[in-house]
Ligand binder design. Structure first.
Ligand code: NDP
Length: 275
């Protein structure tokens, strides 16, 4: 490895990752000298590649699908938010050489919704679709916004019920299947299923949103995702997860470099690149 600080995102597949573009943009903006690469790493290769990367002087790693849960088990220390999420998307090398695992997905989502899109979640009714790793990662940061209630609906209802049990404290959380949703409208619906990746939308009734609601797909694509298009029928605020991607990266950059980059320009560049 060269004497420039080296970072990487590990994932499988990784070809289309926007993370190198985002981090190089942050580095230029903040006058930091670093190199950030995307590395194809399978679940089987993860532990060896992780050891090798840091042995060669690497400074930090991001992990994406399907490695976040494996990374959670591989590091020696965890932040509270990674512990809640049971998943790690950012690894930081500590001064003594040990590896600290963090999860910046939740804070990225909250930053995008509340700051970039000016949506307050206080006393809101929130519906989360999906009960996988992303939902686990966003639940604690969402609860910290003091919503009125959260309902989690999932294709496999038992997983949603299990998450609800695990995270319920003062704020009520209910888990159910898509067909058991109560008849009510939501201030925010988050799609944390991977249905968009197979061009599908979870089966939902048409009366869950009104024109003041926000609809948010954690997935993103060069074209509006099927879920974003579904939400556009009901509200002008039907968003995808591009902003979340940039915000979780900004938080990782801050953890590694101690400088918080401005996110708006890179979000705008990525939006322009879609056109
Ligand atoms: P997981 O594989 O852990 O969970 C997938 C979830 O989607 C499960 O609840 C699964 O239900 C559900 N699901 C899968 N296919 C369908 C379908 N066709 N219809 C309905 N439900 C379905 O994935 P993650 O939680 O890690 O990721 C979820 C999404 O969030 C992905 O699209 C990912 O790209 C996105 N994401 C975006 C980020 C960003 O920065 N913008 C960061 C993290 C994630 P079941 O339990 O029944 O299998």
């Amino acid at each position: 490895m060269t004497n420039i600080d080296h970072y990487a995102v590990f994932g499988d597949p990784i070809n289309h990752s926007k993370s190198p573009f985002i981090h190089h943009h942050f580095a230029e903006q903040t006058s930091q000298k670093l190199h950030y690469s995307a590395q194809q790493v399978s679940a089987q290769q993860f532990n060896t590649q992780l050891t090798d990367f840091f042995a060669r002087g690497g400074k930090g790693i991001n992990c994406t699908v399907p490695l976040k849960e494996i990374a959670y088990k591989a590091v020696s220390q965890l932040t509270d938010r990674a512990e809640y999420a049971k998943a790690v998307n950012t690894i930081i090398q500590q001064p003594d050489g040990s590896l600290l695992g963090d999860n910046t997905d939740g804070v990225g989502l909250i930053q995008d919704i509340t700051i970039n899109h000016h949506v307050s979640l206080k006393m809101s009714n929130i519906l989360i679709l999906g009960a996988g790793g992303a939902t686990r990662g966003i639940l604690a940061p969402l609860l910290a916004q003091a919503p009125k209630q959260i309902i989690i609906a999932n294709r496999t209802p038992s997983k949603a019920q299990q998450l609800a049990l695990e995270f319920t404290r003062k704020i009520p959380i209910t888990g159910c299947g898509f067909s058991d949703l109560p008849t009510q409208q939501f201030d925010l619906i988050l799609n944390a299923t991977s249905a968009s990746l197979s061009n599908q939308v979870p089966p939902l009734p048409n009366d869950l949103l009104n024109k003041h609601s926000t609809c948010y797909d954690l997935a993103y694509s060069n074209k509006p995702t099927p879920f974003v298009r579904w939400g556009q029928q009901f509200t002008d605020k039907s968003l995808d997860g591009l902003g979340m991607l940039v915000e979780q990266a900004a938080e990782a950059f801050y953890l590694w470099r101690g400088i918080r980059p401005v996110t708006q320009t890179v979000i705008q560049d990525l939006i322009n690149a879609r056109l």
